[in-house]
Write a protein that binds this ligand. Structure first.
Ligand code: GDP
Ligand code: MG
Length: 443
């Protein structure tokens, strides 16, 4: 790898703040200590009061320096952390002083963690856990990210990989000694059983209802119903602002409009959709198609019914618990019988909204709790695991039909590769950029 650039960045939040943490990682840490810190580089892992100056000897600030020599640091490289006063001018001056040194530059987003990954301090799912932990807004997201960071997830994938490696070794023996009839049948049967067992485990992980991804990315609630039922009005109530246009004209909402809330301890995206009706308008028809797709994708689907016009409400497309009937415009309800419903609200003045929110929160939190410790927390994991499962199914078919152990071995190798790429052991150059570029600078 040769000599590397030394990277530096503000690691703490946007200034002004009480304290700013400036992080430096790479070989130039020694030079920086010698030239820019009063008293030189401090003793390892000992917070030391020091003065940072620029190369012309102008004082930047006074603060604490912490030196973590390689390999016992986050990145595995020599690392220096400076705890300075968190003012914008201090930070600008500090970064200018540091980058004036040879081979020192500002870090790219996620570059410290990328170096930690490259040094083998973290695997890829753990690095993803770091990013998720920083972005976690709910306790559920935080818990999931911490579990991922501490290796809970990679342990599952690694155990599958190890199991597959063991099977591959057995199958390779069968390829090498094809004529030992007894050996083949003795070994083939257990291999088949273990492949079948793995298929079951992977299927169970994939069939988790996407709960891990939902906890991370947000659950989805769709509001659907006839035009003018008050869907946009309800969305605005839930948003606490005028997110969607409300008019008395049916067919106003065409695009899907989403707002973000925390309900039941979970991040939730609530979508307003175009009213469902027959239409000749091309744009409205597209809106209705999107409304149907949004409802399909959602975890909960609210069918809104107008109490003043309950006539023939569109049928609830999903049974409970996903489908929920909400009667709106309770203020206009006559003496007639209202349709059976889960909630009755007046979206216009907000009556019943609190109860609706509480009810939705209860349902979302039940959904989130329906799977204990989901194995999949990102679409990336699901995609790889799905491919791994296909390879396992193909290995199983080859065993069942006695197509030859070469084919079985090839399928097992494919499955191993997918498991390894989830935790970042192989073939990950293409995903590294995507994973790390979404970190914040300084992490
Ligand atoms: N009286 C009454 N009018 C409402 C209520 N909710 C919505 N509206 C009115 O119904 C009309 C259609 O509302 P909108 O939210 O645009 O319906 P959408 O087509 O389902 O999105 C507007 O004139 C709203 O002001 C309500 O609870 N009571
Ligand atoms: Mg609307």
């Amino acid at each position: 790898m040769g000599t590397r650039d030394t990277i530096c960045a503000l690691a703490s939040g946007a200034p002004p703040s009480a304290i700013a943490v400036v992080r430096i990682s790479g070989p130039a840490v020694y030079e920086i200590g010698a030239l820019l810190l009063s008293g030189g580089l401090p003793a390892a892992r000992r917070g030391t009061l020091t003065r940072l100056s620029d190369r012309d000897g102008n004082l930047v600030d006074e603060g604490i320096a912490l030196f973590s020599p390689a390999p016992n640091s986050y990145t595995g490289e020599d690392t220096l952390e400076l705890f300075l006063h968190g003012g914008p001018a201090v930070i600008t001056h500090a970064l200018a002083a540091l980058t004036s040194m040879a081979d020192v530059r500002l870090a790219d987003p996620g570059e410290f963690t990328r170096r930690a990954f490259e040094a083998g301090k973290l695997n890829l799912t753990q690095a993803e856990g770091v990013a998720d932990l920083i972005e976690a807004e709910t306790l559920a997201q935080k818990g999931q990210a911490l579990r991922q960071l501490s290796g809970g997830l990679s342990a599952t994938y690694s155990s599958w990989r190890d199991e597959l490696m063991g099977l591959l070794a057995l199958v390779e023996v069968l390829i090498d000694f094809p004529d030992e009839g007894d050996v083949s049948s003795d070994v083939a049967e257990p291999v088949r059983n273990r492949v079948a067992g793995l298929i079951k485990d992977v299927e169970a992980a994939l069939g988790d209802g996407g709960i891990g991804e939902r906890i991370r990315d947000g659950f989805r609630i769709a509001i659907i119903g006839a035009p003018n039922a008050g869907k946009s009005t309800l969305l605005n109530q839930l948003a606490g602002r005028e997110a969607a246009i409300v008019t008395a004209r049916p067919g106003t909402t065409r695009d899907v409009i989403e707002i973000r809330r925390v309900l039941g301890g979970q991040v939730v995206w609530i979508a307003d959709t175009a009213g469902l009706r027959e239409t000749d308008d091309e744009i409205e028809a597209e809106g209705i198609r999107r409304a149907r797709m949004t409802a399909e994708d959602a975890d909960l689907c609210l069918l809104l019914i107008d109490a003043s016009d309950p006539g023939a409400p569109p049928p609830l497309p999903f049974p409970p618990p996903k489908g929920i009937i909400v009667v709106n415009k309770s203020d206009l309800a006559g003496s007639g019988v209202l349709p059976a419903s889960d909630f009755i609200i007046c979206a216009k003045d907000g009556a019943g909204i609190e109860a609706l929110e509480a009810g939705l929160g209860t349902r979302i939190s039940a959904l989130a709790g329906s799977v204990e410790s989901p194995v999949i927390t990102r679409a990336r994991h699901r995609e790889k695991l799905t491919r791994g499962l296909a390879a396992l199914a193909s290995a199983k078919a080859a065993l069942d039909q006695e197509l030859g152990f070469e084919l079985v071995a090839e399928d097992l190798r494919l499955a191993i590769r997918e498991m390894q790429s989830i935790v970042g052991e192989i073939g990950v150059e293409d995903v590294l950029g995507a994973v790390f570029s979404r970190f914040c600078i300084g992490k």
